[in-house]
Design a protein around this ligand. Structure first.
Ligand code: AMP
Length: 491
């Protein structure tokens, strides 16, 4: 299927899932969603080559939630198992799931961390009560299987997310032994950022005639000179000063990953005498226009910004992009640094990697299959502690830290049960175009063909989810600040 614009409304997703998407302001599918959702809804196996940042989590969660709602599944068994390599990814999937499943009655248990007995006990009890979806890291899952607290003999849907990373971490045998416990008649969905031969082999072993979906990775332009400073979080200001001492900032964008940091850093830089301004989504549109106009006309040297300017700004003479924090994923990295070296020019992209950015760097380098040159730290700046060095390990060599995270998890959350909010729909709030009420069917039949076509046309470009009168919150519904998160909150 070509990557034409597809709206979620065009797909055969359940109404409850569409409602959550409406709340989250998700309207159009990303390419991986447009291409994966239909075959998953048909119960086909899907082999997806796509990275974090492409929308792959929704690409499998949305149709799976729909299938779990649509077809009868035993209440006392685990019906769907999602395995992710790290607690961090598992947590992200868990958060996305909470949003997408908000209006469904699908329940989920997350088992990905916490070493103490209390957590184990919570997980054990949750698992034994049955869960539509279990979300887990492989090591933890194996422990539950060995202890007999998890039965996968009736699990009909399996997702292996970031499978290449799981194999890099040495989980190949664990995955195979998990799969062996599941029925042969199941749906298997496998996502991987890359497609090395070992993934192709795993796919052949665990999948049945999969639909293959490959989303090309965008690559940074060759005329961008990239480098990273591996430093301590607290030394980032010193590294930044060193960069500016070498080359006073002019036509520079400095990206931070939160608006708070943008605000703080721009004030600090202004106080130090730099001609800097902040750009983030808390500014009014007129203020944003003004800042961009000042930057465009070279009245500002240094734009301190969130990802709000990472895409589609039409300024061709930016000489340098600095990432004060690692971007969330490779896609964001490519977009950010793509602000420089435009229109045939040369450009420079420097990324500061503190302790918290290590995972991000690893992800970017793995996905783009590059190793970004390390810049030498300025005199007086301490090198980072060796623990958690994100340089790639030789193939086959297992990451100790990663393995520990996968195998046992550390501090942090453990068993968690979230149920979709069971809301009562306000009278008359039935989504247009649905005919679950007899009256609706009569009304639909009475409509002329022309009126129907008009309505359909309108719906394609406008979300039609249940709109509640302002201020009205159906009983049992979560307040707005607990609703599914909207995307790009940090911008
Ligand atoms: P993922 O690749 O699943 O990690 O998703 C990357 C980010 O894109 C997440 O923050 C999602 O919330 C967001 N996202 C996924 N699909 C869509 C969509 N169709 N529209 C807007 N944002 C999306």
């Amino acid at each position: 299927m070509p990557d034409e614009e597809i709206f979620f409304e065009d797909l055969d997703l359940s109404d409850d899932v569409l409602d959550a998407l409406y709340d989250m302001r998700f309207e159009k599918c990303t390419p991986v969603q447009a291409r994966c959702i239909p075959p998953i809804l048909e119960n086909r196996d899907v082999l997806g080559v796509a990275q974090t940042g492409t929308g792959k989590t929704a690409a499998y969660l949305l149709p799976l939630l729909t299938l779990l709602q649509r077809h009868e599944h035993p209440a006392d068994s685990v019906n769907c198992l999602v395995i992710a390599p790290t607690r961090e990814l598992a947590r992200q999937i868990d958060q996305a799931l909470q949003g997408f499943a908000y209006y469904t009655r699908v329940n989920a248990v997350a088992v990905y961390g916490g070493n103490d007995g209390v957590r184990y006990e919570q997980e054990r009890r949750s698992l034994q009560a049955g869960a539509d979806i279990v979300l887990a890291t492989p090591g933890r899952l194996i422990t539950h299987l060995q202890l007999g607290t998890l039965d996968l003999s009736r699990t009909t849907h399996l997702v292996l997310d970031e499978a290449d990373r799981m194999l890099d971490m040495g989980f190949a045998d664990d995955i195979l032994s998990i799969v062996k416990q599941m029925p042969a008649e199941r749906q298997t969905i496998l996502f991987s950022a890359t497609m090395p031969p070992k993934i192709a082999e795993l796919a052949r072993t665990v999948m049945h005639d999969p639909v293959e979906v490959e989303i090309a990775v965008s690559k940074p332009a060759e005329n961008i000179q990239q480098s990273v400073y591996l430093c301590r979080e607290g030394d980032k200001p010193l590294v930044l000063r060193h960069i500016f001492d070498k080359q006073p900032p002019q036509r520079v964008i400095l990206f931070c990953s939160s608006k708070q940091k943008v605000k703080e850093l721009s004030i600090v830089l202004q106080r130090k005498g730099y001609n800097a301004r902040a750009m983030h989504s808390d500014l009014e549109q007129s203020e944003r226009d003004e800042v961009m106009q000042l930057f465009r006309s070279q009245q500002i040297d240094l734009l301190v910004a969130t990802d709000i300017v990472a895409r589609g700004i039409d300024i061709d003479d930016i000489t340098m992009v600095i990432n004060y924090d690692a971007p969330h994923d490779a896609e964001d990295y490519v977009h950010r640094i793509g602000r420089t070296a435009r229109a045939g020019r040369q450009g420079c992209a420097v990324t500061l990697i503190g302790e918290r950015d290590r995972y991000g760097l690893q992800n970017i380098e793995r996905t783009l299959q590059i190793e970004i040159p390390r810049a030498e730290l300025p005199e007086g700046v301490r090198p980072p502690s060796s623990e958690g060095d994100s340089r790639k390990r030789p193939a086959g060599q297992r990451g100790k830290d990663s393995k520990r995270e996968g195998k046992q998890g550390g501090e942090g959350s453990s068993a968690k049960r979230h149920r979709g909010g069971h809301r009562t729909r306000p009278q008359g709030a039935q989504a247009a175009g649905q005919s679950s009420q007899p009256g609706d069917q009569v009304a639909a039949q009475a409509a002329t063909d022309g009126a129907k076509a008009d309505e359909q046309k309108k719906r394609r470009h406008k979300p039609r989810r249940r709109k509640r009168p302002a201020g009205e919150r159906p009983a049992g519904e979560r307040p707005a600040d607990e609703r599914p998160a909207e995307p790009n909150q940090n911008e």
